[in-house]
Design a protein around this ligand. Sequence first.
Ligand code: MG
Length: 164
Amino acid sequence: MLSEKLLNEMNDQIKHEMYSANYYLAMAAYFNDMDLPGFASFFRIQAQEEQMHAMKFFDFIDEVNGRVQIKALDEPQNDFESVESVIEAALEHEKFVTSRIHLLMEIAVEEKNYPAVSFLNWFVDEQVEEEATMQDLLTKIQRVGSKGHVLYLLDKEVGSRQPE
Ligand code: MG
């Protein structure tokens, strides 16, 4: 059972996770265009993960007899200035998603909704991982800069990520 407030916020979260998927697909398309197939593959896999996050909320709402509402998505940014600016944008976006998860957790704790707290714990941990992944990528790209050969090697390494 979800309060109306928590249900609304969780339905909004489905939207945010689906928007994240589209945003990362836009980044994947940018990397394809830049001839960086490893980065493109990484962000394509990231987009799939975001769809999975949305479905976790979809299933949880359904399990506790809530009504899922699918909302409209804004168009994500499609053009970027540099490889580094894309990773910066991805890190900023994950920080925003973390703030959303924390907001949901605050409501669940305040309402003593322990099933929701338990469900959201997974996302709290996941966000620590997501931010660390993007931060790590940003540090690497800042070291490499636009040096063609090293960027090529980094692209190969980044492209070794496998779907979970
Ligand atoms: Mg997510």
